[in-house]
Design a protein around this ligand. Structure first.
Ligand code: PEP
Ligand code: MG
Length: 879
């Protein structure tokens, strides 16, 4: 019989796949003798089985749950559902990868109308008993029954107001009885039945709710953001309760072994006396810094510091721990590798190597490549910051600079973000429901909550700058406004916020670029040592080229030449070329384009300092350069500029109209129709290369790339133009240069006949944007409109235009790579679609033996790290 339920003492840290992260670590802490309230874990397999069985828990799993429960009862000498001294438990989710704030927790399960009396008698603490009961009703109603938690919040606030209580802790036992009464009333009104009194029913319902929460919208969204497969499922941890809310010698807290914001090696965390866990995380009361515990509970503090050290050296990583103190006794409720900012991640990885805890390669694996993004993006310009008007300050929860317009709800923020607006999400405090709005925001600002509040933890995980607990902010969500120090700001008003200092400023403060230095540079040097895959950049301008080289690019993998003509000063010549009626006119227009193009190439060759550059020949649908038919003024202006009539322009636009421009007259098809374009581009590349080599002595390595090839004859046709033109130039200049002619592989047909194409190509570069478009038959420009339904319908887990569909599109890439090399053994292979900067795709590219990936300049360090991780993982797997 399959084992679905494990006591903590039956597991260990290596069983993450079965027990989830939390369960495996609870087991490990138990094994190394730390004080852990005992309990059991219902496995992730039980969760996947729950879904396979049409969302029911199989009888054999239920039986195993109650057997484990009986063991736990023995451990505590208490009975579940006992009316005098009941065993109470917490029920918490725990997937393989930690998903903070995404899954749900229920505490104090096992209480009912009678057991609460028993608990009160036994602890001689009626207040505590009713406080526990009201929390349980609230959590059960919210998490299991999905009753709006605001209703409970309002009821609690009402009782507080009626009794003149400021804090929750001011509520008396009698007040709390009233809260319980009102909560139960809310339950009956919402559900039409009484609050369930049978603890076994409570337990099974809670377990099912955790299983269900694996598939709520927030979890699905989080998984998509973090590349977590949907079929992993979550485990459920059922653990004996210890109480932080039993009185003034009780408390609860969370702490990190190092500062998760900066990486500083110092215990960092917060705790609250007389409180339960969710009070700390939800930011309802403002907790106290952990080191003040030294004075209030010195012995507990000492013990905690020791445990923290033990755990960090046991896991060789920064730990994020939850603990509870019950009547002066310390219990560990959780440990895990802590989420951290990119800056902290880099510092901690480097420090751990220097402390002898990790090897360089292990350290390289510790940093999430995508996280580096925040280190590569701008910070505020110091001078501009000095001149800015400070609005207020809060806690610096997640570093980085962000500026944008204020939005007061997650939904508004998500909408504005999708419209491409720079958004600052401002909230009283955030909740897991806000995840999408947080993701779409440039920065997150809250009025309440500490460094471990939901906003802080999630923002750090996402790499979004965040300032939390800015308590001077008086937010009115209804009127979408915030008042601070007498001044009111409304939706759409611009602010700037600095997640490193915690300051918030008026207006949009200017930012400056960052550089790869210090620990970051050190980590990257370790990554470079480990990787075999080369990393190039996609760049179309000298500026992008310089940026890419600064970030470590080993060449240009894709220069999209059409992008060089969008600038106003150049588009005229391009239009002349497009509007030409015959080859002669076209050649004349191209002759005007040539100097622009050649000059750009020259500057880029210089910026590359001898690194290779792949120049992709013109590949736009031509109409992109012309105005749309309705734009009468623009058309008249162009007509004037070109010395023709509006009618003539309109006729030409009509002529160029295509029903499906993405599959239209673009790529090598343009060169087939107008060979003079390929001629001009060859002149620009070769003449620039010769000139730069002559003038600088640099070893210039031109690579000419023909796009959108589907048959070898297309490639041959265009290649012959290139070769003939090059020979002409060599004769004219009496000087030669080595160059390569290759092709993009971005049409499914090209993958199928890649061996034939390879006979004519010096290299392949996979254009996975078009290859994805044409393999799925999804329009690159329109798929975003329906992909959301694909995620919620579980048809796709992630955007195939961002993360390579390895099963389908990836198979084509692999096949083309193999076929290509079978025909030409030294064939150079790269990828230059958007996927070239995506870590999971990069790992795939490493595994199928590509030579390089190419991505936008800002993703170059991400790609270097991801390539290193792929190489190290492969090495480790071989051991
Ligand atoms: C591609 O199709 O993947 C590619 C890199 O080319 P473009 O995005 O310019 O079509
Ligand atoms: Mg393409």
């Amino acid at each position: 019989m399959t084992k679905y339920v494990y006591l903590f003492r039956e597991g260990n840290a290596s069983m993450k796949n079965t027990l989830g992260g939390k369960g495996a670590n609870l087991a490990e802490m138990t094994n190394i003798g730390l004080p852990v309230p005992q309990g059991f874990t219902v496995s992730t397999e039980a969760c996947t089985r729950y879904y396979a069985d049409n969302k029911t828990v199989a009888p054999e799993i239920e039986a195993q749950i109650f057997t484990a429960l009986a063991e736990t009862e023995k451990e505590y000498g208490k009975k579940f559902g006992d009316l005098n001294d009941p065993l109470l438990v917490s029920v918490r989710s725990g997937a393989r990868a930690s998903m903070p704030g995404m899954m749900d927790t229920i505490l104090n399960l096992g209480l009912n109308d009678v057991a609460v009396l028993g608990l009160a008698r036994l602890t001689s603490n009626e207040r505590f008993a009713y406080d526990s009961y009201r929390r349980f009703i609230q959590m059960f109603s919210d998490v299991v029954m999905e009753i709006d938690k605001q209703k409970f919040h309002h009821a609690l606030e009402a009782v507080k107001t009626e009794n003149g209580c400021k804090q929750d802790t001011d509520l008396t036992a009698e007040n709390l009885k009233e809260v319980v009464r009102r909560y139960k009333e809310i339950y009956v009104n919402a559900m039409g039945t009484e609050f369930p009194q049978d603890p076994k029913t409570q337990l099974m319902e809670a377990i099912k709710a955790v299983f269900r929460s694996w598939d709520n919208d927030r979890a699905i969204y989080y998984r998509r953001m973090n590349d977590i497969p949907g079929d992993w499922g979550t485990a459920v941890n059922v653990q004996g309760m210890v109480f932080g809310n039993m009185g003034d010698d009780c408390g609860t807290g969370v702490a990190f072994t190092r500062n998760p914001s900066t990486g500083e090696k110092k215990l960092y965390g917060e705790y609250l006396m007389n409180a339960q866990g969710e009070d700390v995380v939800a930011g309802i009361r403002t907790p106290r810094p952990i080191d003040t515990m030294k004075d209030t509970l010195p012995e507990v503090y000492e013990q905690f510091v020791q445990i923290a050290n033990t755990l960090e050296s046991h896991y060789h990583d920064m730990q994020d721990m939850e603990f509870t103190i019950e009547r002066g006794k310390l219990f560990m409720l959780q440990t895990r590798n802590g989420k951290r900012t990119a800056g902290a991640a880099v510092k901690i990885a480097v420090d751990l190597v220097e402390e002898g805890q990790l090897t360089e390669e292990e350290a390289v694996l510790k940093v999430e490549p995508k996280q580096l993004d925040t280190l590569l993006h701008p910070n505020f310009d110091t001078a501009a910051l000095k001149a800015a008007t400070l609005i207020t300050s809060g806690l610096p929860a997640s570093p980085g600079a962000a500026a944008g317009a204020l939005y007061f709800t997650a939904a508004d923020a998500a909408k504005a973000g999708k419209e491409g607006k720079a958004v600052i999400l401002i909230r009283e405090e955030t909740t897991p429901e806000d995840i999408e709005g947080m993701d779409m925001a440039r920065g997150i600002l809250t009025a309440r909550g500490g460094m471990t509040s939901h906003a802080a933890v999630v923002a750090r995980g996402m790499g979004r700058p965040a300032v939390v607990g800015a308590s001077a902010l008086h937010i009115d969500e209804k009127s979408k406004s915030v008042t601070v120090n007498g001044k009111t700001y409304h939706e759409g008003d611009k602010v700037s916020m600095d997640g490193t200092s915690g300051n918030v400023y008026e207006g949009m403060v200017a930012t400056v670029e960052t550089a790869v230095t210090g620990d970051f540079a050190k980590l990257m040097s370790w990554a470079d040592k480990a990787r075999t895959l080369k990393v190039r950049t996609n760049a179309d301008t000298p500026r992008d080229t310089k940026q890419g080289v600064e970030f470590g690019a080993e060449g240009i993998g894709l220069c999209r030449t059409e992008h060089m003509f969008f600038e106003a000063s150049r588009v005229k010549a391009m239009r002349e070329m497009i509007l030409s009626d015959n080859a002669q006119q076209r050649k004349a227009a191209l002759a005007r384009i040539l100097p622009f193009q050649q000059k750009d190439f020259e500057e880029m060759y210089i910026a590359l300092e001898g690194r290779p550059m792949t120049v992709r020949y013109l590949d736009p649908p031509l109409h992109e350069f012309l105005p749309q038919l309705g734009m009468k003024d623009e058309i008249a202006a162009i007509a004037k500029e070109l010395g023709t009539t509006s009618e003539a322009i309109v006729a030409k636009i009509n002529d160029l109209h295509e029903f499906n421009p993405m599959m239209g007259h673009r790529g090598c098809r343009l060169a087939v129709t107008y060979p003079e374009i390929a001629e001009m581009q060859t002149r620009a590349v070769i003449q620039a290369a010769l000139k730069v080599r002559r003038e600088t002595g640099l070893d210039v390595k031109p690579e000419i790339m023909i796009p959108l090839v589907g048959t070898v004859k297309e490639l041959k046709f265009v290649k012959s133009i290139v070769l003939e033109t090059a020979e002409k130039i060599f004769a004219e200049q009496n000087e030669r240069i080595e160059f390569q002619v290759g092709t993009m592989i971005e049409i499914p047909r090209a993958c199928v006949v890649a061996d034939k194409i390879a006979e004519e190509a010096d290299f392949f570069s996979f254009g996975t944007n078009d290859l994805t478009q044409m393999t799925f038959g999804f329009s690159r420009d329109d798929a975003g409109k329906f992909l959301d339904s694909y995620y919620s319908g579980k048809i796709l887990e992630s955007d195939p235009f961002a993360r390579l569909d390895q099963e389908g599109v990836g198979s084509l890439v692999k096949m083309a790579a193999e076929k290509g090399r079978s025909a030409r053994s030294g064939l150079k292979l790269g990828i230059c679609g958007e996927h070239g900067g995506d870590p999971s795709t990069i790992e795939f590219c490493h595994n199928i033996g590509l030579n390089y990936v190419s991505c936008s300049p800002f993703r170059v360090p991400i790609a270097r790290l991801a390539a290193a991780q792929a190489a190290i993982k492969e090495k480790q797997a071989k051991k």
